[in-house]
Design a protein. Structure first.
Length: 55
């Protein structure tokens, strides 16, 4: 019986193309996180005030 050689298996190379480059600018709007939080808080306050005044 001939001697069988073992095949060398390797894992996926480099995450199989799932690498993201975070230093690349992808565009889109640039908003300060504080501005987003303040807009959400303002909307919540307006909702509460409208419920109290109209309810």
């Amino acid at each position: 019986m001939p001697v069988m050689k073992r095949k060398q298996m390797e894992g996926p190379s480099g995450g199989a193309g799932l690498i993201r480059y975070f230093d690349v600018d992808e565009g889109g709007p640039k908003l300060d996180p504080k501005l987003v939080i303040s807009i959400v808080v303002a909307i919540i306050i307006l909702e509460i005030m409208s419920a109290v005044l109209l309810g």
